[in-house]
Design a protein around this ligand. Structure first.
Ligand code: AHR
Length: 490
């Protein structure tokens, strides 16, 4: 199998925001996973648990979406400010019917972003909120001066406004965000966004609620009716091997389910291409970005856990889903400017899992860590000649790849072998540079169901890949079966 990389041929910058995360008031993502409160026995910084914070900081997370998801369209931000003991206790109707005590609100989220050195991406409420409520939230967060909301923020302990760039106007408004038709949402979007103001030099990047998977009509209507009013359009797509109703087990899956998962993950490419084609019609300059602000492998919850909490394990299969999806995003960097995997902690395809005071890094975490060299790097030309695999009459490649060059000239090629049975030897012809050294890390495991547990948290971690040779610009590397690797060339 052969790859040609030309380090001289630039394909534009890979926006670091593709490495964004998502944290919703859902299950144990916020409460327990991130927020334990200042009085917790679990070591914390201002209420945020230190173990999780430390692990997440190592990922250089560029942007974090909050408070939902479906939760966003029933969240009323004024319930989550002021003294914590006075905050409204409400029912999280969408996720498990549990009490939401609003202890984690705007100030706590902004503090988390500061601690992580990440940019906030706030998702406003269109489904059950008002224009005034949304408008006042932006005023509360970003206005520097005398105004009812800015004064209130100061009374609540925050003098300076926060910098807020990314703002979503509703979430899944075709479903949990109000069951709207695209024409209706397009009009509401135009109306709500009008009052999402830029105060001072804070410039809001407005993201419209986009389609569900392959709802191309939604994209067509939104782009036709609202292009001048948006900076980004979102897209949500999850891999459910058995379909939404019977997703399948996160760990005890069959070989066929592995194959279906790979093929379904690869479908992201078709979705991006087809939605982009529609966007091109209304926005040929590609000013409006496609923001894939929910993606990942979503399975049945872990047996015995609350079905509304979406807690699932994370195997080497998830490492492959992450690696190949990130490669797809890199390779569509002309339109995809942000993506937010669902979700950061304890929910769906998480980076870390927690159990009381224990924490583990998932295989997906290790992929994000290994791939962070691509953040804001220059994508370079790559051509791959790969064997195609097939399941249920649908094809997908055995090897997925992408390449970029850092500001200091180091070239990184990320490779995924989707095959669960066969290793693959690749010859990589590196043109445009005098390569003097090549080395690689790999994330792999013997069994497709392998995962990290609280008893054995480092079963799957990145290892050095030994069989990398470089001879006159030609690199030979053997990728084990089920492997995600990043090859560094200097
Ligand atoms: O990520 C879980 C849920 O999936 C989100 O709340 C919603 O937007 C999507 O349907």
């Amino acid at each position: 199998m052969k790859i040609v990389v030309n380090t001289d041929v630039s394909k534009g910058i890979i926006n670091k925001n593709i490495y964004g995360q998502f944290s919703e008031h859902l299950g144990r993502c916020i409460y327990e996973g991130l927020w334990v409160g200042e009085d917790s026995a679990i070591p914390n910084t201002n209420g945020i648990r230190n173990d999780v914070l430390g692990a997440l900081k190592e990922l250089d997370i560029p942007v974090l979406r909050w408070p939902g998801g479906c939760f966003a369209d029933e969240y009323h931000w004024k319930d989550g400010i002021g003294p914590r003991e006075n905050r409204k206790r409400m029912v999280n109707t969408h996720w498990g019917g549990v009490v939401e005590n609003n202890h984690f609100g705007t100030h706590e989220f902004m503090m988390l972003c500061d601690l992580l050195e990440t940019e906030p991406y706030i998702n406003g409420n269109v489904g059950s909120g008002t224009v005034q409520e949304m408008s006042e939230w932006v005023e509360y967060m970003t206005f520097d001066g005398e105004s009812p909301m800015a004064n209130w923020r100061q009374e609540n302990g925050r003098k300076e406004p926060w910098k807020l760039t990314y703002f979503g106007v509703g979430n899944e408004n075709w479903g949990c965000g109000g069951n709207m038709r695209p024409q209706y949402y397009a009009d509401l979007y135009r109306r709500f966004q009008t009052y999402v103001r830029d105060y001072g030099d804070n410039k809001i990047y407005k993201i419209a609620g986009g389609p569900n998977v392959d709802d191309y009509n939604w994209t067509e209507v939104l782009m036709r009716e609202a292009t001048p009013f948006m900076d980004g359009l979102s897209l949500h797509y999850y891999v459910h091997p058995g379909g939404f109703e019977n997703k399948g087990s996160a760990v005890n899956f069959s070989e066929k389910e592995w194959e279906i998962s790979m093929q379904k993950a690869y479908y992201m490419e078709e979705l991006i291409e087809r939605h982009s084609t529609i966007m091109d019609k209304y926005d040929p300059e590609k000013r409006v970005a496609l923001i894939v602000d929910e993606w990942g492998g979503w399975y049945d919850v872990e047996p015995g856990t609350n079905p509304g909490f979406l807690y699932q394990q994370n195997t080497i299969r998830d490492a492959l889903i992450a690696g190949l999806t990130l490669n797809i995003f890199h390779n569509h960097n002309d339109r995809v400017q942000m993506a937010n995997i669902a979700q950061m902690v304890n929910v769906i395809q998480a980076m870390v899992l927690t159990e009381a005071d224990k924490m583990l890094r998932t295989p997906t975490y290790h992929v994000f860590h290994m791939y962070k060299v691509h953040q804001d790097a220059e994508r370079i030309y790559l051509d791959i000649d790969t064997k195609m695999l097939e399941v249920d009459g649908k094809e997908y490649p055995q090897v997925s790849a992408s390449a970029s060059k850092t500001a200091t000239g180091e070239v990184n090629i990320s490779l995924c072998n989707l095959d669960k049975n066969e290793d693959v030897t690749l010859t990589i012809d590196v043109r445009g540079m005098n390569a003097s050294a090549a080395s690689a890390e790999v994330i792999t495991s013997e069994n497709m169901r392998d995962h990290n547990t609280f008893e054995n948290p480092d079963k799957i971690t990145p290892k050095k890949l030994n069989n990398v040779t470089l001879d006159q610009g030609l690199i030979t590397v053997t990728l084990p079966k089920m492997a995600v690797s990043t090859l560094k060339i200097k």
